[in-house]
Design a protein around this ligand. Sequence first.
Ligand code: SF4
Length: 263
Amino acid sequence: MTARLSRPERRALQRADEALLSLPLVLNGDPRPVAAHIRHIVHLLRDPQANSPCSAAVAHITGLFDRSVPPTPAAPLACRKGCSHCCVQMVVLTAPEAFFVAAQLRKRPKTVAAIVEANSRAQGLTLHERLHSKIWCPLLEDAICSVYAARPLACHGFVSLNLEACLAAFERGAPPDIPTPQLNVTTLETCRMLYMAALRLAGLPDAAYEMNEVLATIFATDKAEARWLAGENILAGVPAKAPPPPQYDKAIAELAAFVAPTV
Ligand code: SF4
């Protein structure tokens, strides 16, 4: 697919996309649903009428992930409402995911202060030191995620088949070795890749950051999301986490190149 589409072709493609967008993603090698979601996310990120284009784009990708993993996996999950042992880990997320979280906190100054405080406590700590410092996610309230529907993609994807493995890692300091259904891992990777391809096609950075650190900067920046979407590098002072490995990066670039003529 190299030539740009004519207007009638574009309309036909839009109609075909609409039929695919609400379906779960089936990992069967069919590129059409993947391309449809990429085009839709680019469209959401570029929507000038939206209050928060980033929230709309991230809600779409996390919704896609949630409906694409089986509600009752072959082996039952150990995760339960009120079980939050894993919410002591460092959360890594992209800027649009952070804008989505930040949009939930506009009227919650205590939570904003708790995020800024958690960010200061974590400064200078290694990953290992941070895990053992027990810096709980400041978004937890009574052991429940207070931004559950808007939680980052990594949090959507983090599930466990074994409570004892979580207790060993997060309460007793053993190296984390949490069993997770393979379908969740593969679906999360696919959703993340198509979301990253959409960011690139929208001309936006796909860098990832530590959650409290990037949120503290967003709270301190006037009109942060609008300025970031307009291309201003408002997150220049926030260290980016390691970029995707080369093989993964190449797959994202190939996906973006495949969809580019139709965006
Ligand atoms: S955002 Fe929610 S799910 Fe993620 S670590 Fe924080 S409290 Fe837990």
